[in-house]
Design a protein around this ligand. Structure first.
Ligand SMILES: [Zn+2]
Length: 460
């Protein structure tokens, strides 16, 4: 029996167990006995209709809020948006009173299968893929409940567990955000993603993520797509939470980065480049990657190249990680050497963000969740606003801009006719107090209410 034959049934069992404990939170809207009866009679039932009403709608595109606002939802899609909409007698109205309604938020850099208190190198020798699967299901729920209805997931410790998590969510087995997954990040030998930071005698045979030279990288890209990855994550520089090469050092050569982009493009897919250092950022932009993740040492040359690229490559910082590592690093077992790396990079990261802001660059929204606590994703907003970004700009970043970056503008990122009914609501006005987004009281994904904890004001 091969390893795969052993692991697959374990994962399936793990996901079923997770589903049993978690499924009860998702309540489909508007299912009625009458509709079930029609279905039994053999005719297709009319899609469920629900109207969500709130004092204000920020639709994710950056325009003035709509006040008041109503959103009509049929099945999993938005079919009308307006100040007032007609409501038929049999249609259900969810009245959110004085609340502000927004699109479901998007995080471009999560590790949903990662458990925060377990260092990834420890996880490789002390846990199984089932650990990632179960915690992945739990973290997916927490993230969804925090109002993040879409995540680009940057890869698990155990390869391809994120593919299975995405599939389980899509199949309705466990609740979670829509996921675009990396499967197995691609790293050079001895670099940030090299899990073998152990004695040369310790082998971790299942992690086949190392690729050196354009040929091996091409093969790694093909292997990832074969096994269900949606995009490619490469580690173009060192990392903060690693004992490998320094975060500022370039780790993949220009040719190696180019190879990943060229092969991914043949499949019509994008490459995300984990890049801290300036030279890795610049090489990645020139190589044509979609996102510069972290982008810590973003300098003027990089900004100029990004502007010239005209929305081909996007800068996607993860700033709140520094705060989180500083506050909780010791408690969650981050080694002292990596805490020191984080401290050294904080001011540089914030300066890079201000530089991008001053240049008017579109800035993607991401958190590196797993490094920060899952569900704390919205804390990134307050930090960005404190560094000079307007609340509206940060909301656009986490909604329509992130959808554009993912290539998913046709389905998520704004409250518009034809998009998935992914909605969140907060009691106050996030344009006045951006921390409102940390207290989401209502979440709907694809027309299904996931969280409904808002105090209702009177209906009329
Ligand atoms: Zn990451």
């Amino acid at each position: 029996m091969t390893m795969r034959h052993v692991i697959r049934p374990i994962l399936r069992r793990a996901i079923t167990l997770a589903a049993r404990s978690l499924l009860c939170v998702a309540v489909p809207i508007g299912s009625t006995g009458a509709q079930a009866g029609r279905a039994q009679a053999g005719r297709a039932p009319a899609p469920d209709v629900v109207i969500v009403r709130a004092a204000r709608l920020i639709d994710g595109r950056g325009g003035a809020p709509l006040e008041p606002a109503m959103v009509r939802i049929e099945g999993d899609r938005i079919t009308a948006v307006g100040r007032t909409l007609p409501v038929a007698a049999n249609e259900r109205v969810i009245d959110l009173g004085a609340a502000t309604l927004l699109p479901g938020m998007i995080d471009l850099h999560t590790h949903l299968t990662g458990r925060r208190s377990v260092h990834w190198e420890d996880a490789l020798v002390k846990t199984t893929p089932a650990f990632d699967a179960l915690w992945g299901a739990a973290n997916a729920l927490v993230t969804l409940q925090a109002g993040f209805t879409t995540c680009r997931d940057m890869g698990p410790t155990w390869p391809y567990v994120d593919v299975e998590l995405r599939n389980a969510i899509d199949a309705g087995a466990v609740p979670g955000p829509r996921m675009m997954v990396a499967g197995n990040y691609v790293s050079s030998t001895g670099g940030a993603g090299d899990a073998r930071q152990f004695s040369i005698y310790v082998d971790v045979p299942l992690v086949r993520n190392l690729a050196d030279g354009p040929q091996e990288i091409m093969k790694a890209v093909r292997t990832n797509f074969k096994h269900g990855s949606d995009f490619i994550k490469i580690l173009a520089s060192g990392a903060v939470l690693s004992k490998g090469i320094e975060p500022g050092a370039q780790q993949y050569s220009d040719e190696e980065i180019q190879s990943a982009v060229t092969e991914a493009a043949r499949w019509g897919r994008q490459v995300a480049s984990h890049s801290h250092g300036a030279s890795s950022i610049i090489a990645s932009i020139k190589g044509g990657v979609r996102t510069i993740d972290h982008g810590s040492y973003l300098n003027d040359e990089a900004v100029t190249l990004l502007k010239a690229g005209n929305r081909r490559t996007f800068y996607v910082p993860t700033l709140y990680t520094s705060v989180s590592i500083e506050e909780d690093g010791v408690a969650i077992n981050i080694p002292a050497s990596e805490l020191e790396r984080s401290r050294r990079i904080t001011q540089v990261q914030n300066a890079g963000f201000r530089r991008a802001l001053a240049a008017g660059l579109p800035i993607g929204f991401a958190t590196d969740a797993a490094v920060i606590r899952h569900g704390d994703n919205a804390r990134e907003f307050a930090l960005r606003v404190s560094l000079g970004e307007s609340p509206m700009q940060s909301i656009v970043s986490a909604t329509s801009l992130n959808a554009e970056i993912m290539g998913w503008s046709d389905r998520v990122g704004s409250v518009e006719v034809g998009k998935f009914a992914d909605l969140v609501a907060v009691t106050g006005n996030p344009l006045v107090d951006i921390t409102e987004l940390q207290r989401v009281g209502f979440v709907m994904k694809g027309g299904v209410v996931v969280v409904d904890a808002m105090r209702r004001q009177s209906a009329r």
